[in-house]
Design a protein. Sequence first.
Length: 449
Amino acid sequence: MARTTRWTLWAAAAVTLMVAAACNDSQSPRPRALLGLPDVGTLAVTVTTSGSNTPSGYTVIVDGSSSQSVGANAVATFLGLPSGSHTVLLSGVPANCSVSGDNPRTVSLIAGLVAATTFSVSCTAPPPQTGNLTVNTSTTGSNLDPDGYTATVDGGASQSVGTNGSVTFPGLSAGSHSVALSGVAANCSVSGANPQTVTVPSGGTATASFAVSCAATGGGNGTLTVTTSTTGSNLDPDGYTVTVDGGAASQPIATNGSVSFTGPAGDHTVALSGVAGNCSVSGANPRTVTVPSGGTTTTTFSVSCAATGGGGSGEVIGQGQIGNGSPTLGSDATTFNFDVRSDLTGRFTASDYADVHGNQPASLTTDPVADPATSFTAYRNSSSACSDPTRGVEVDAIGREDNGSLVGYTLTVCDNGPAGSGSDFFKVFIPSEGFGVSGPVTSGDISKR
């Protein structure tokens, strides 16, 4: 027993000496509890970025409060974070980039150690911003260019366009573009800038409009004499107005009278307006007349008037469209809606979807009640444009275009058959612009009453 006790005491003493020696050794690790170290650690956040159109950097946010900026391919280090779970978010990621894996994500931190997480970001080039460009042409005068023109964008892409027409260039980059009109005949000139600069909006449509005027060819001057011959009852008391080349010259003329115009030889457009509602013009109105150089030519408008006070009353109603397909921007459809009476009351509106202004079709409206500057000036209860003239109506009016301008126009319609038969006819002509649309009614109906 004595030996055992001595060995036990000796062993205990040895252990005591070893512990004491270890406590005095500056190179030995010290227990954390003895040193009083806080329960903290370090978090290293690595970011890698690949692809196109990469950003210069991002922001790393820990637990919604602590944040650091970090480059597109760099490391952000957070010191002294308490142990446990932490939420890590990579912010400032542009729309053309995506983060692989969770964002935000949870990272566990052990005291005294370094925890690490990596955000992998991939970026792609953003889609190009594009829009459309519509080019419109409006030509007036005489001897119009027979083969139209050429519209060219930025000196490259080109399309043919009629003398009074429209073409669209789709998918152009958003921003400024140069538009030129070429192929203009020698006797014609473009009003305004050519080329002109147009700004194409992203996802939208810009419009470039060219106004062209053409002079009569053939050389020298000639004389045009216009006469009127009016028959029937209740003749128009204040006569009419003769207009040459859509407004280049005009003169009043009696119900049975004559006026003369002197000007360049060649083809000229002649129109008779101001015809009373109970009267109608026989033959084409407007019409084209060729004036010889150094000579004189004559054209006669024959007008017949019906008795008023009973048999001269009438009304024509229409709603539908000409052209094929649905009325969408750029299509050849023209829609109409009107109710016009022989007492020169009613309303009229039409929209030409082939002539796009901004994001809307070109339109023409006459509504004397809502817009007193517009009016119906004549109602003719027949039309030679119809296979049976008695089924037709011609109306002279002043309407407002979508750009706010007031223009005179003639509406010609034929009630040739029932709704849906496709036999009715619709036409609108604006003499001052030399522009018109016409065709069989493909949808809807025209009813003469």
